[in-house]
Design a binder for this molecule. Structure first.
Ligand code: SAM
Length: 504
């Protein structure tokens, strides 16, 4: 069922104005999103309920419009009255309408043109060829709304084509995936193959390693000093390659240990080392880094054990085990990483999780290429880890509470959960990450993570959202718990890691 709703929201007025007008029933603030929200709550968030938005000549603020991109909008009904007239007499749209329509195109919302034709294009101003000029009795007449349709086609064709990577990822949009568990499970060859295509990631590592090598070995020492570098979690070898290239680029001598616990990856790694003739420089260690007895200590420890939420693939626990064989003045690449979250409206994800008909799926984090979501407030930092950390009091348990304020004029909204990201400092100013404001361009190794809420939470206009997040560590597993506290409390999700955990 499609629910037809006018796209309108009267902007909030200042307090005095509100008071004066409180007795005047005609000045009530209208937010048609509230009508939609009431209806869907009555229908228990039915996954068969969709929205058709009537687009009028005036539009609400951009912040309030953004909410609809997380809702199941199927159609935009564009009234001919919403069109302006260009200098040649043809229909066109305001800049804000154009931006909105482009957003709809990007979200596969179909556009319906409705109303009377207000633009008789055959009588356009002098000197301009009318499209009807050669019209004869035999040629079919144009539909009265054709000029509007032509304008839509023009807007559509004017859009930038999707970058190749985006096109490749189109089938992953809003598709829930279980996060990888590279520690507990052994990754498949195909997964490594996908990693290895991400040249941007390895370029960033190479830059970081080059900087660390230059800091470790001065120009005077290059012919006498050999740096010991250990790649822990080497997979099939791309970080070994990046390390050797960084050494060549900086003219530093390197001795590399490649430590990997996946026996299948180790076989491929052996072939690579032989093929490239790196035997004299690289030693392969088939072991879990947490229990390897290293024959010497490392100057530089290189790893990529990062998940979409930074620490969710247990990089902290693995590196705690590996730093035993890092020299006291040794460098870890990455040197730190931080997770981020932001509240989102994501009705599609909510309905997909609901289809499982159990609580466990609502207490699980998913990796997902977010597309049909409304990001309601800027992301904020959740947990940070720095390496090495030789403090005897160090713990990998964390607890954070965060308050999100929705931007002015957003209006009320519904929160289905939290989108999560990470940013990692590899070394000094070299970073990589997927936090939307600072993300590394053209890097595709990680999609965001999504932490759902069992029950979507209605957030009244101007009310802050408060969420608490825990990272908990047990003897055999690590897990997250999360709960909303404001505007209304939710249960603690995933308590004791009952539904979702990462195996140690
Ligand atoms: C995300 S993959 C990265 C692989 C490779 N460095 C790359 O960039 O393509 C992480 C790798 O670390 C390995 N790994 C994870 N935990 C490990 C541990 N405790 N000891 C050794 N290897 C580990 C996994 O088997 C996997 O090959």
């Amino acid at each position: 069922m499609w629910l037809r709703i006018p796209l309108e929201k009267s902007e909030s007025m200042d307090e005095d104005h509100d008071k004066v007008n409180n007795n005047n029933p005609t000045s009530e603030t209208v937010d048609s999103w509230e009508w939609w929200n009431s209806f869907r709550l009555l229908c228990e968030h039915s996954s068969q309920l969709y929205v058709a938005l009537d687009i009028l000549s005036s539009l609400p603020s951009m912040n309030s419009l953004g909410r609809w991109f997380g809702e199941p909008v199927r159609a935009a009904i564009l009234q001919t009255d919403a069109f302006l007239t260009n200098a040649r007499g043809y229909p066109c749209l305001s800049k804000r309408h154009q931006t909105l329509l482009t957003g709809f195109f990007n979200h596969s919302v179909q556009v319906i043109i409705s109303g009377r034709s207000n633009h008789n294009v055959s009588q356009v101003s002098e000197g301009v060829l009318s499209r009807d000029e050669n019209h004869t009795e035999d040629t079919p007449t144009q539909h009265a709304l054709s000029p509007y349709l032509d304008y839509m086609a023009y807007l559509y064709q004017r859009m930038d084509p999707l970058p190749e990577q985006e096109r490749f990822e189109i089938n992953y949009r809003d598709f829930l995936q279980s996060p990888l568990q590279p520690l507990m499970d052994n990754l498949e060859a195909q997964t490594y193959e996908t990693f290895e295509k991400d040249t941007v990631k390895y370029t960033q590592y190479q830059r970081a390693i080059a900087k660390a090598l230059v800091d470790k070995v001065s120009d005077d020492e290059v012919s006498t000093t050999r740096t010991v570098l250990m790649v822990v979690g080497a997979g099939r070898g791309p970080l070994v390659r990046a390390s050797l290239q960084a050494a060549e680029e900086t003219g530093r001598m390197l001795k590399v240990y490649a430590v990997e616990k996946n026996p299948n990856a180790v076989i491929t790694l052996h072939s690579l080392i032989k093929l490239e003739g790196w035997e004299s420089m690289v030693t392969i260690i088939s072991s879990d880094m947490r229990c390897w007895d290293a024959p010497e200590k490392a100057d530089i420890l290189v790893s990529e054990l990062l998940g979409s939420f930074g620490d969710n693939e247990l990089s902290p626990e693995c590196l705690d085990g590996a730093q035993r064989f890092l020299k006291p003045d040794g460098i870890s690449i990455p040197s730190s990483y931080t997770s981020f979250i932001q509240p989102v409206t994501a009705s599609k994800l909510h309905n997909d999780i609901k289809a499982h008909k159990d609580i466990a799926h609502f207490e699980t984090a998913y990796v997902v290429k977010l597309h049909r979501v409304a990001r309601l407030a800027p992301p904020q930092e959740v947990f940070s880890f720095a390496h090495p950390n030789f403090s005897p009091k160090a713990t990998n348990q964390r607890y954070t509470k965060l308050q999100f304020e929705l931007p002015q004029d957003t209006g009320s909204c519904l929160v289905h959960g939290f989108a999560g990201y990470f940013d990692a400092v590899l070394y000094k100013d070299v970073h990589l990450g997927i936090e939307p404001n600072t993300c590394t361009p053209n890097m595709f190794s990680w999609f965001p993570i999504f932490f759902p809420l069992r029950k979507p939470i209605y957030v009244p206009s101007e009310s802050p959202i408060e969420v608490h997040f825990w990272r908990c560590c047990g003897a055999t597993k690590v897990w997250y718990e999360w709960a909303l506290v404001a505007p209304s409390p939710s249960p603690i999700h995933n308590s004791n890691g009952r539904s979702y955990w990462v195996g140690l």
